[in-house]
Design a protein around this ligand. Structure first.
Ligand code: PLP
Length: 404
């Protein structure tokens, strides 16, 4: 099987499993317990918090561990907006981009439905990017929070976060970014990005599902969504998932280290002065470009979706007019290639993707979308085979006619 669905999830890395194993077995203590098992767990949690903070260039106290990306996004959008409005009732609007993951979009809609907020949607251009002008146009005196994702999960488009965030912050508006897909591929320094909050999910980068974190800058207040024993400095109650936190921290650390560069990488990359993750990202981006070229050359009428250059190294997404995304997906699986017809997060949805519609893609064409996403071990040979399989699938489906 050639697995090209890493944006949906990744297997747990061996090093990650080894790092978390003790906290699932012998060192199983509750970090709040006042005995040695508890202290060991608390020390592990503190270490994981420090390592996560290092990966994000922030302070340990600014990390809130969560049950994944969805919870981190919920806590950011609802928690920050509600806390700000509690302090100033005139802050009753949130601004989100038109291509957010449902974890952000639905959190904003909840604020609208239940708490009477207005939701301002920031449009994107045909490549799926938010421009500075588009963001500036929606900012209002009542805006409590802006949320624009770092990299899109369906088309891989990367947003110019470091240029967008200052526009909000200059007006005193906190800026959140969902970095779930960016982690492992793009720089995560929260200072350089200029963000006030940033969401992460472990299972996109070799940690288990159900692990994640939210960075919340300094004294920015967050109304907790989960109430109880006051863990995570009162921002997220519940006995901490120590093993999950250790796993996330280990995966983030590995993504920054030389061990991320596969042994097969050219020596010049492995010894490069640039951080290993940059060398890795370059290697995968060049494989991605070769794959895109092969698909566009091999499949007449294929359309690349998302930004031609400002995109995740790991994502190639297309529309194949004259097919349906689902049928291409099934045919590819028969040929041993696993990918996605859009985003796994909108499980079961067969309506055209709101992300593609927001980019101005015709609904009929949007139904033909297929996403290929790679992890760090992807090889040129796999992508050559996959490109050939795509051609076979699309040509075969088109030959069967429009109802196929
Ligand atoms: N945000 C983005 C951009 C995602 O791609 C995903 C998952 O696909 C999530 C949030 C949700 O993360 P989790 O699966 O950890 O809840």
């Amino acid at each position: 099987m050639i697995f090209l669905d890493a944006a949906a999830t990744t297997p747990v890395r061996r090093e990650v499993l080894e790092a978390m194993w003790p906290y699932l077995t012998g060192e199983f203590g509750n970090p709040s317990s006042h005995h040695s098992l508890g202290h060991t767990a608390a020390t592990a949690l503190a270490g994981a918090r420090a390592a996560t903070a290092k990966a994000l260039g922030c302070r340990a106290g600014e990390i809130v561990f969560t049950s994944g990306g969805t919870e981190a996004d919920n806590l950011a959008v609802k928690g920050i907006a509600l806390a700000r409005r509690a302090a100033d009732p005139s802050l009753d609007r949130v601004a989100i981009s038109a291509i957010e993951h449902p974890a952000v979009e639905e959190s904003a809609r909840y604020l609208e439905r239940v708490h009477g907020f207005a939701v301002d949607v920031i449009p994107v251009d045909r490549f799926g990017q938010v421009t500075e002008e588009a963001l500036a146009a929606v900012l209002a005196p009542g805006t409590a929070l802006v949320s624009v994702m770092y990299a899109n999960n369906e088309v891989g488009t990367v947003q110019p976060i470091a240029r967008l965030a200052p526009l909000a912050r200059a007006r005193g508006i906190p800026f959140h970014t969902d970095a779930v897909q960016a982690a492992g591929w793009l720089p995560l320094d929260t200072g350089a990005l200029g963000v006030d909050a940033l969401s992460l999910s472990g299972h996109k980068l070799g940690a288990p599902k159900g692990s994640g974190a939210l960075f919340v800058r300094g004294r920015l207040r967050v109304e907790p969504l989960v109430h109880g024993g006051g863990q995570e400095r009162g921002r997220r109650s519940g006995t901490e998932n120590v093993a999950g936190a250790v796993a996330l921290a280990t995966a983030l650390t590995l993504a920054r280290e030389a061990s991320s560069v596969p042994a097969s990488a050219p020596a010049s990359e492995a010894t490069s002065e640039a951080p290993a993750s940059e060398a890795l990202a370059r290697r995968v981006a060049s494989l991605r470009d070769g794959f895109i070229e092969a698909v566009l050359a091999g499949v007449p009428g294929a359309v690349l979706t998302g930004h031609p250059t400002e995109r995740l190294p790991s994502v190639a997404s297309f529309c194949f007019p004259g097919t349906s995304g689902e049928s291409v997906l099934l045919d590819l699986e028969r040929q041993g290639v696993v990918c996605s017809s859009g985003s796994a997060c909108a499980a079961g949805a067969d309506a055209p993707s709101p992300v593609l519609l927001a980019m101005g893609i015709d609904p009929e064409i949007a139904q033909t979308a297929v996403r290929f996403s790679f992890d760090s071990t992807v090889s040129a040979d796999e992508l050559r085979q996959a490109a050939a399989a795509v051609r076979t699938a699309v040509v075969g489906i088109r030959a069967l006619g429009p109802t196929s």
